[in-house]
Write a protein that binds this ligand. Structure first.
Ligand code: NAD
Length: 428
């Protein structure tokens, strides 16, 4: 049996890039500003429950390989925990814990009845056959079965997991439970109780908060310009939705390179081109190519990082010229860069608000599963609009009233809700 070796732990990275320390720090600062009892930050510094599992999987060649997995449940103050499962060779316990804390804040910003959860399995899914991936997915659910459930902890997809993996996991949970339990996991295929509108939800939520923010700063979206880093689920659909509002998408890129057109790219044609060729590189409708640094510092109104974490760094932040940075990706701005953007009066719409459309429609999926009654896509989008606008208003009001950046304001809105629940339960 070979045990995959855990790679760099989060604690070995420079401090400001350690997600666990970043989220702990933000929780402490928001709690201080809200003058919450010290016990709130103390309790929320660590997940309520963490499970470490070892998953033996029979490989196609007949050998048994052991995989490590984790599930972190941050707080049950507001309800069951909710959050994705990541399959990645560099998953660490610290990262999973931090991401579960992040999910608490994200759910609290929107007002969902959840605490944060997160899971991870140390593996490289690209090196696994479909059969191995299925056995690993089922093995992970067998291992965490006692601690998850539609009333306890509801997983979802994250990096390198997808609707097919969610389907296997839901099926495995249902087998163990001896009955169909669609509400145990979200992000499922539509035929198994997935929600219409989930695929577009993150980009739709991001577009809604950009529209609201533009209204606040007097930016007319029609005729404005945007650059988008990352052209996957979040980035490409945000490009389509923004261009539907009259925004000219002047630059986009993906992992292979980027394209630029000062008059705006034809997004529908670009989506077709990417589908055919696998990349935006070489798109014939572009005037030239563009590299990442230039894209992030482009003279445009709106910048949407929709790829990876830690992209807008302290060296890039002084050169960002956009008026709005909308974080479709998780953690694309380092704390140092965030401070620079704030000082330069760039309006940063933080990930915990800007990409919360995804978990919001995951919540809708769970609600539909529990009711066994399914909504139309229009209904899903209407409710998403309502929750995103309300969340934006709450965060923007806190930002103005307390004179704090939008990120801190979002933490404060969320933490006030979690703390009120803790208080009512008699935990404080
Ligand atoms: P995806 O895999 O569909 O797309 C990612 C895109 O980023 C791809 O186009 C890829 O080529 C590109 N990319 C990778 N490395 C890059 C680089 N160095 N420079 C430029 N582009 C690069 O993933 P996604 O679902 O769109 O997720 C993107 C981000 O949004 C992630 O941070 C994810 O955590 C976050 N997010 C996604 C959702 C969701 O529902 N999809 C929800 C919340 C947050």
């Amino acid at each position: 049996m070979s045990v995959p070796v855990q790679q760099t732990s989060a604690a070995e990275r420079p401090e400001e890039l350690n997600p666990f320390l970043i989220v702990q720090n933000e929780i402490r600062k928001a709690a201080e500003l809200l003058q919450l009892p010290a016990a709130v930050a103390e309790i929320l510094q660590e997940p309520a429950r963490v499970l470490c599992v070892a998953i033996p999987v029979r490989m196609d060649d007949g050998t048994i390989r052991l995989f490590r997995g984790y599930r972190s449940q941050h707080t049950f103050a507001l309800g069951p925990t909710k959050g994705g499962i990541r399959f990645h060779p560099q998953v660490t316990l610290d990262e999973v814990k931090a991401l579960s804390m992040w999910m608490t804040i994200k759910c609290g910003v929107i007002g969902l009845p959840y605490g944060g959860g997160k899971g991870g399995v140390v593996c490289n899914p690209k090196e696994l056959s479909a059969g191995e991936l299925e056995r690993l997915s089922r093995g992970y659910i067998q291992a965490i079965y006692p601690l998850i459930g539609p009333d306890t902890d509801i997983p979802a997809p994250d990096v390198y997991t997808n609707p097919q993996i969610m389907a296997w996991m839901m099926d495995e949970y249902s087998r163990l439970a001896g009955r169909p339990v669609p509400g145990v996991i979200t992000g499922k295929p539509i035929v198994l109780g997935g929600s219409l509108g989930r695929n577009e939800a993150t980009a739709r939520g991001c577009t809604i908060v950009i529209r609201e923010a533009a209204g606040e700063i007097g930016l007319r979206l029609s005729g404005s310009t945007a650059a988008i880093q990352g052209f996957g689920n979040a980035g490409a659909i945000a490009a389509e939705l923004l261009s539907g509002l009259g925004v000219r998408i002047v630059a986009v890129n993906d992992s292979r390179g980027g394209v630029y057109h000062p008059q705006g790219l034809d997004v529908a044609a670009l989506v077709r081109y990417k589908k055919e060729t696998g990349s935006v590189v070489g798109f014939p409708g572009a005037s030239r190519s563009i590299d990442t640094e230039e894209l992030l510092a482009l003279d445009c109104d709106i910048l949407v990082p929709a790829a990876l974490e830690n992209q807008i760094t302290e060296s890039i932040a002084p050169r960002v010229r956009a008026r709005i940075v909308a974080e479709a990706a998780n953690g694309p701005t380092t704390p140092g860069a965030d401070a620079i953007l704030t000082a330069r009066k760039v309006l940063v719409l933080p990930d915990i608000l800007a990409n919360a459309g995804g978990v919001t429609v995951s919540y809708f999926e769970w609600v539909q599963n529990l009711q066994q009654y399914y909504w139309t896509e229009e209904e899903v989008n209407r409710r998403l609009e309502e929750l995103m606008v309300r969340a934006f208003r709450n965060v923007y009001r806190m930002h103005v009233e307390k004179g704090v950046p939008m990120r801190r304001a979002a933490y404060m809105v969320s933490l006030a809700r979690v703390a009120a629940a803790m208080q009512s339960r008699g935990w404080l």
